[in-house]
Ligand binder design. Structure first.
Ligand code: ADP
Length: 260
């Protein structure tokens, strides 16, 4: 009789378990769909924004070359062109974020030596370094070949080095250190700039986050640079961390897996 009872109870229990597991599956599926929809939305939105921005820019460029009696026109058009450039930059960065979500593994296969990548990036910012009279020092602790995936490492380091330059004051120093430990490479980027308030540190990787602190407001940006750096790091299993003190400076650390 006992055996029979067990057999009667079992299907009820099984049904409930089945409901639970199919409920979880449905939930997971819905989360996956939502993530996919968001990715698709960002990509579509960026494509849709690109075309009107390019055509607006074209129109204004024609207008600015025409003779005009009123000085105000020139100022207004110049202002509009600057705003269009800002929007174009944000659009390009959103599109890049959507593409990084798609994670193209083929891109991870192109390797570059870390010191030469850093030198390539520094050349891009020559003018800003010169204008602010910054002292940028690259210290390499180990001479063995330090190879990293070029595409993603460039996106990480470009954004972090750009910030170190942007948030430094005139005549300050930036030290970039490369230390190789076993099969990982640690890259430290240390600036002496305006620093980040402690309560802001957990938010710096959020999309569009910009510190409300006064010194930060005078510096232009859209708050997407570090989101791109973080997403690129995830694609190649690199780890980014940071330490910062307001008015003393910021140090970003990136841990790359060394490739050979
Ligand atoms: P942004 O375009 O605003 O620079 P990011 O995503 O690159 O956007 O950085 C987010 C925010 O983190 C910045 O607005 C700034 O407040 C802070 N931040 C990032 N790097 C630094 C740095 N090296 N020194 C001081 N603040 C920084």
């Amino acid at each position: 009789k006992n055996n029979l009872n067990e057999r009667v109870e079992l299907p009820v229990y099984k049904d409930e378990l089945y409901d639970l597991s199919s409920g979880i599956n449905q939930l997971l599926q819905r989360i996956e769909n939502a993530i996919e929809r968001e990715r698709q939305f960002t990509s579509d939105a960026s494509h849709e924004l690109r075309t009107p921005l390019a055509s607006l820019r074209g129109t204004l460029e024609v207008l600015i070359r025409k003779p005009r009696e009123i000085k105000e026109y020139e100022e207004k058009i110049t202002y509009s062109l600057t705003e269009i450039d800002r929007m174009t930059e944000t659009t390009e960065q959103l599109l890049l974020l959507a593409r990084l979500d798609a994670n193209n593994n083929e891109l991870n296969k192109i390797l570059i030596s870390l010191p030469s990548l850093i030198n390539e990036i520094l050349v891009r910012y020559d003018k800003d370094i010169l204008i602010k009279n910054l002292k940028v020092e690259l210290q390499i602790q180990n001479k063995t070949e330090l190879l990293v995936p070029k595409y993603h490492a460039n996106l990480i380091l470009d954004n972090i080095i750009n910030n170190a330059i942007k948030y430094s004051k005139h005549n300050q120093s930036i030290i970039i250190q490369i230390i190789s430990i076993d099969n990982s490479i640690l890259c430290k980027i240390k600036d002496e700039g305006i620093g980040i308030k402690h309560e802001d540190i957990p938010n710096v990787f959020n999309h569009f986050f910009r510190s409300e602190a006064l010194e930060h407001k005078h510096i232009s940006g859209n708050g997407l640079g570090l989101s791109i750096a973080l997403k690129s790091a995830e694609a190649i299993n690199a780890i980014i961390s940071l330490e910062s003190e307001p008015n003393a400076g910021t140090t970003f650390k990136i841990n790359f897996l060394s490739k050979s």
